[in-house]
Design a protein around this ligand. Structure first.
Ligand SMILES: NC(=O)c1ccc[n+]([C@@H]2O[C@H](COP(=O)([O-])OP(=O)(O)OC[C@H]3O[C@@H](n4cnc5c(N)ncnc54)[C@H](O)[C@@H]3O)[C@@H](O)[C@H]2O)c1
Ligand SMILES: O=c1ccn([C@@H]2O[C@H](COP(=O)(O)OP(=O)(O)O[C@H]3O[C@H](CO)[C@@H](O)[C@H](O)[C@H]3O)[C@@H](O)[C@H]2O)c(=O)[nH]1
Length: 441
């Protein structure tokens, strides 16, 4: 099937390459010419495990091509996936819909007969109806252009696997024709037994934002329990392990620490709340403000704990930060808790040097005020405190004995709760963590 993928960022580049790998004929479209040039040369503009191989394969086979032209896109395919960004609006909690609106303005006047515009971006409920109405105004007379919504659930770091073998596929449609077209797009997944839910567009939009709201709530729940453990002397890691054995709760998304960040969960819960206020059901989602507050408090608690470990003073101290990406397996630093903490500590007078295996360039562009090192050992040189803020596997393999010889004072705060602190302690380290009130000072 011939299709376009409009917006080739973290979501769109993966979707385009995976669709091409499934045998579809795909045109990726973006406004960012540098990004398109890299993709067309088979180079991934960001770090995503497994993507370079699929991209190289599909570009070489000719199944995947790129363009900046929406007119060319309209002419190219019968299905158009919208994958552009919906970031938080500056100065508001709501989603910025300008990228999507501008795509519709550019695409709709050129749409061919019988095409399907399929939203994958995460949007405020009601968007698909609004876009369908606008397309009806702009599309050539007689063009039967429809809108469907097909939310995306991939996570960065496992995006390729999540796209090729998703937990479920949800399509929101208003006709049998749209249902049949999307059924053909996803025939491989359907044949392999992936749960496939066909629904109305509104429900499809809501499935996406409610899934992210639930995930955010789960992380904030465990971070609230971390606060309780700190106040009472409990251990949140054991607590999470114990409650997670109940299959109704489950272990995933119960890792307490510095909280959630990234280009999705924080902005999506805010946009959901803002939309609820707009539509008059804000009270139903009031709890999401607590979820957001608990999450922001996790960053502040990390800063406070670091200050306490440094005897109440950041000024003139050297702090090594392990991790800049919002999570391991990604180079994405959008709303990264690690960088928020690092910058706050720097602003309070410490000299902060950050290491990350993949996200250094993005981190430097976002926070040029921080100092950076290409090796963890370099970041730790002369440090009064080492802060573990992104849970890269390689940090679990660090040698505490060797690192003790590099730092000024062997002091470690594990704000991800994934390091073996007893092991570090046996090598002379003074250790701290979040939510582990039972850790003897
Ligand atoms: N990143 C994820 O893991 C993920 C997963 C599921 C859903 N989503 C949703 O998908 C959407 C995209 O997210 P992302 O992380 O890929 O963002 P991103 O910023 O990485 O990518 C967005 C892309 O859209 C391009 N773009 C912006 N305006 C454009 C225009 N007018 N025409 C063509 N291209 C344009 C940008 O240049 C960029 O390459 C968001 O709504 C997000 O919430 C993201
Ligand atoms: O137990 C946990 C799990 C996650 N996190 C943090 O939560 C954030 C988000 O992690 P994750 O959800 O794995 O990453 P994303 O790539 O942002 O994916 C989320 O956002 C995407 C965009 O909407 C959705 O498609 C995915 O389903 C949803 O998981 C990161 O900062 C993680 O470090 C925790 O602090 N504790």
């Amino acid at each position: 099937m011939r299709m376009t993928v409009i917006g080739t960022g973290y979501l769109g580049a993966v979707h385009a390459a995976c669709m091409a790998d499934l045998g579809h004929d795909v045109l990726g479209v973006d406004v960012d010419e540098a990004k398109l040039a890299a993709l067309a040369a088979g180079r991934t503009p960001f770090y995503e495990p497994g993507l370079p191989e699929i991209l190289a394969r599909t570009v070489a086979s000719g199944n995947l091509r790129f363009s900046t032209s929406l007119e060319e896109a309209a002419d190219f395919g019968e299905v158009h996936f919208l994958c552009v960004g919906t970031p938080q609006q500056p100065g508001s909690a709501a989603a910025d819909m300008r990228p999507i609106d501008s795509v519709i303005e550019g695409l709709a006047p050129h749409l061919r007969d019988d095409c399907l515009v399929v939203g994958k971006s995460t949007v405020p409920v009601g968007t698909s109806d609004r876009l369908a109405a606008r397309i009806a105004e702009l599309a050539p007379v007689g063009a039967r252009a429809e809108v469907a919504w097909n939310p995306e659930f991939l996570s960065e770091s496992t995006a390729v696997e999540d796209t090729l073998r998703p937990d479920r596929i949800v399509v929101g449609v208003t006709s049998h024709r749209a249902e049949a077209v999307l059924g053909a797009v996803y025939s491989t997944m359907r044949e392999s037994g992936t749960p496939y839910l066909v629904t109305d567009r509104t429900t499809a939009e809501l499935v996406k934002v409610s899934a992210n709201a639930f995930l955010a709530t789960k992380v904030s729940f465990v971070n609230a329990m971390a606060e309780v453990c700190e106040a009472t002397g409990g251990d949140v890691t054991t607590l999470a392990k114990a409650i997670g054995y109940d299959p109704r709760i489950g272990h995933r998304f119960l890792a307490a620490g510095v909280g959630f960040g990234g280009g999705c969960l924080p902005k999506d819960i805010r946009a959901f709340s803002a939309r609820a206020d707009e539509l008059g059901f804000g009270d139903s989602l009031r709890f999401l403000r607590d979820v957001d507050e608990i999450n922001m408090r996790a960053r502040q608690r990390t800063v406070d704990r670091a200050r306490t470990m440094l005897d109440g003073r950041f000024l003139g101290r050297r702090v090594a930060v392990l991790g800049a990406a919002f999570k391991s397996g990604s180079d994405d630093v959008r709303d990264s808790p690690a960088l928020a903490v690092a910058a706050s500590i720097q602003l309070q007078g410490a000299h902060v040097r950050v290491h990350d295996p993949e996200a250094l360039d993005n981190a430097r562009a976002a926070f040029p005020c921080l100092d950076y090192a290409r090796e963890p050992e370099k970041a730790c040189e002369g440090a009064d405190l080492v802060l573990h803020l992104t849970d890269w596997a390689e940090y679990r393999d660090l040698n505490p004995a060797e690192l003790a010889g590099v730092v000024d004072v062997p002091r470690l705060l594990d704000a991800r709760n994934t390091l073996d602190l007893e092991h570090w302690r046996t090598h002379g380290w003074d250790v701290g963590a979040l939510g582990r009130g039972n850790l003897a000072a």
